[in-house]
Design a protein around this ligand. Structure first.
Ligand code: HEC
Ligand code: HEC
Ligand code: HEC
Ligand code: HEC
Length: 184
């Protein structure tokens, strides 16, 4: 009789041990997959890093002024402010609000209305310039520094192209170097 009790107690303990180990293991596994997922997300974020967009305190944040202003959708020459902005970018088909958000002036938006932060303006450009965006991501267009298979930093399209007049301005080439020993 004593032996029977001892045996059942042993069996119960044995199964309890198995159950708790397997619970521990699955918990561990779940934590691991979460960790892996976080790792890939972090990696994707790290892969496209950009310096701050070339905005300045005179105009950004836009909500300084626009939070209390009615949006005027009329296509017009701006005179009270932004008179330096002359749109020369497919301007026959679009005006300011094709890219800037009406409700939240501190943001850009995609054609489908999704908000885009100024730090990710390349997403906006990429909607219409898909092949250029792909070249840019691959480091063929624009400028990318860092490791080919690790952390990289990109210049935004807007660091080189004025979004309002994106044609790359012609540069005056530097004079050729003077040959050593040759007098001017
Ligand atoms: C110092 C105040 C001020 C700031 C800051 C400012 N704006 Fe404006 N903005 C104006 C004024 C004033 C007008 C109207 C100009 C006119 O009608 O001649 C205007 C007009 C505009 C318009 C034309 C449509 C409309 O609502 O009238 C756009 C687009 C615009 N601003 C975008 C921006 C963006 C984007 C920023 C931030 C990057 C910004 N603004 C920051 C004052 C400001
Ligand atoms: C093709 C998309 C596009 C259109 C159209 C557009 N913008 Fe912009 N705008 C941008 C982007 C992108 C930036 C951010 C540039 C940066 O990161 O410095 C910007 C920046 C600005 C800024 C802040 C920098 C500056 O130049 O003062 C103002 C103000 C502004 N836009 C106003 C306007 C107004 C007014 C119009 C219409 C006349 C307009 N934008 C049309 C994409 C656009
Ligand atoms: C809604 C579509 C659209 C978006 C968004 C857009 N573009 Fe464009 N872009 C065009 C079209 C159409 C042209 C050709 C017509 C023109 O040059 O005006 C063009 C022309 C250009 C050119 C060539 C200009 C030239 O004359 O050589 C550059 C550079 C450019 N875009 C850069 C940009 C950048 C940078 C952005 C993001 C800030 C951007 N584009 C966003 C449609 C777009
Ligand atoms: C480091 C500066 C730099 C960056 C960043 C950059 N570009 Fe350019 N881009 C240029 C130069 C320079 C040219 C002119 C090349 C030429 O005329 O041959 C150009 C030309 C273009 C053209 C006209 C191309 C053509 O074939 O006529 C488009 C469109 C364009 N860029 C879009 C973009 C977009 C979209 C981005 C961001 C995803 C971007 N660029 C980022 C420097 C840059």
């Amino acid at each position: 009789m004593k032996k029977f009790w001892f045996n059942s107690l042993f069996t119960v303990l044995f199964f309890a041990l198995i159950l708790s180990t397997s619970l521990l293991l699955t918990g561990h596994q779940a934590a691991n997959t979460e960790k892996e997922q976080q790792k890939t997300e972090d990696k994707e974020k790290k892969d496209i890093q950009v310096p701050p967009p070339p905005l300045n305190e005179d105009t950004f944040p836009c909500s300084m002024c626009h939070a209390d202003m009615e949006t005027n959708l009329k296509r017009r020459e701006l005179v009270d402010f932004h008179d330096d902005i002359i749109l020369k970018h497919d301007e026959k088909n679009r005006w300011c609000m094709a890219c800037h958000d009406t409700e939240n002036r501190d943001m850009l938006h995609s054609a489908s209305g999704e908000l885009i932060d100024f730090t990710e303006s390349f997403k906006l450009c990429g909607q219409c310039h898909g092949p250029k965006l792909r070249d840019w991501e691959a480091g063929i267009h624009g400028r990318r520094i860092g490791e080919w298979n690790g952390e990289k930093q990109y210049l935004l399209c807007a660091h080189c192209h004025d979004p309002h007049s994106p044609k790359f301005q012609k540069m005056k080439p530097e004079p050729a170097p003077i040959k050593p020993g040759k007098k001017k």
